[in-house]
Design a protein around this ligand. Structure first.
Ligand SMILES: *[C@@H]1O[C@H](CO)[C@@H](O)[C@H](O)[C@H]1NC(C)=O
Ligand SMILES: *[C@@H]1O[C@H](CO)[C@@H](O)[C@H](O)[C@H]1NC(C)=O
Ligand SMILES: *[C@@H]1O[C@H](CO)[C@@H](O)[C@H](O)[C@H]1NC(C)=O
Ligand SMILES: *[C@@H]1O[C@H](CO)[C@@H](O)[C@H](O)[C@H]1NC(C)=O
Ligand SMILES: *[C@@H]1O[C@H](CO)[C@@H](O)[C@H](O)[C@H]1NC(C)=O
Ligand SMILES: *[C@@H]1O[C@H](CO)[C@@H](O)[C@H](O)[C@H]1NC(C)=O
Ligand SMILES: *[C@@H]1O[C@H](CO)[C@@H](O)[C@H](O)[C@H]1NC(C)=O
Length: 268
């Protein structure tokens, strides 16, 4: 073992020094000192072996950990890829100051997703002139959702495609109209949205009749998707269903896909 050459001096030097001093005085004690040197050397070798063993165990453990991490990453990828996620959000979570959505996968094992807050200054884009002309509710839009309605439940499905790096999804929003209102705004950001339908529900929560929107448009100033009606909606319970799609890679907003460079492994 090459290491013994380097380290030998430490334990054997002191003995050697002794040796030399004692050599001049009592040369006949030399055999005992040689045994001492050998014992010290053996102890040193033992310690060295201990260190090497420790190092081996450490490296082995790291390899095992890395393997586990990879497996976990692989199974996460496989689980996310192409499967439909269902998200249930209740009103308390919406009103909570912490922007956290509880996400239940299809097998109901809860995970948590941090929703980035939309505090960035808004792009001062304007709606298309056609919308400006057609809409009867534009001037009624503000930053906050109107007090005439109260959303109670969101059922969200997401289908990410990790290969195409985009996703589709749909959402069914249960809401209660407290006072007649002719539009439903929902917050969206960097999404392609379309309104599927709006159902007026009866007392029991069953669909009563479908309400046809007259205009749907996105309103980027306030990050809204607006579903507008000819006449104000009657007081009562409704469900609004939307389809949407978006990119996983455009930016770090909402649902996104990201990777990082592992400097140690020199790979993604
Ligand atoms: C993870 O997937 C990659 C290819 O996508 C594969 O090379 C690797 O062996 C997998 N790792 C494990 C631990 O299954
Ligand atoms: C994701 O799903 C597609 C098919 O939907 C499949 O071709 C691809 O190999 C999957 N990718 C991963 C990383 O599992
Ligand atoms: C995702 O990207 C692929 C390839 O660019 C495209 O064909 C597909 O329509 C996109 N899907 C969505 C939901 O945007
Ligand atoms: C949208 O919702 C329907 C159920 O209403 C579901 O069958 C479909 O898979 C969903 N699509 C996506 C992209 O999540
Ligand atoms: C994405 O959404 C837009 C707007 O709803 C829609 O026109 C388009 O067909 C969607 N694309 C896909 C691939 O679903
Ligand atoms: C709307 O639903 C709520 C429960 O979410 C219920 O308390 C209320 O009575 C319903 N209103 C109508 C008009 O059905
Ligand atoms: C909307 O869809 C189009 C094509 O379907 C796509 O090119 C565009 O990136 C999508 N917009 C967003 C914000 O994902």
């Amino acid at each position: 073992m090459y290491a013994t050459k380097n380290v030998r001096p430490r334990s054997s030097l002191s003995t050697d020094d002794n040796h030399r001093i004692k050599d001049t005085n009592r040369p006949h004690k030399a055999p005992g000192n040689t045994i001492l040197t050998l014992v010290a050397f053996c102890v040193f070798l033992l310690v060295l072996c201990g260190f090497l063993l420790g190092a081996l165990v450490y490296v082995g453990k790291n390899i095992a950990d890395e393997h586990q991490r990879q497996q976990a990453a692989n199974s996460t990828q496989a689980a996310l890829n192409g499967t439909i996620r269902t998200v249930y959000v209740d009103r308390d979570q919406l009103l909570s100051t912490k922007p956290i959505l509880s996400v239940f996968s299809d097998n109901r094992a809860p995970t948590t997703t941090q929703v980035p807050s939309n505090t960035k200054s808004r792009a001062m884009s304007t709606v298309a002139p056609a919308i400006r002309a057609a809409s009867k509710v534009l001037q009624k839009l503000g930053y906050r959702l109107p007090k005439e309605m109260k959303p109670s439940k969101y059922k969200l499905q997401l289908r990410p495609d990790l290969n195409q790096k985009n996703y589709t999804g749909n959402i069914s929003i249960s809401l209660e109209v407290l006072e007649p209102i002719a539009f439903i705004p929902v917050h969206v950001k960097q999404l392609n949205v379309s309104t599927v339908d709006v159902q007026h529900l009866d007392e029991s929560g069953a669909p009563l009749k479908s309400v046809t929107p007259t205009l749907t448009f996105s309103y980027p100033e306030f990050e809204y998707w607006v579903t507008e009606f000819e006449k104000p909606l009657d007081v009562g319970n409704y469900t609004l269903r939307l389809n949407f799609n978006g990119s996983l890679t455009d930016r770090i907003t909402g649902l996104y896909q990201s990777s990082y460079w592992d400097k140690l492994k020199n790979r993604n």
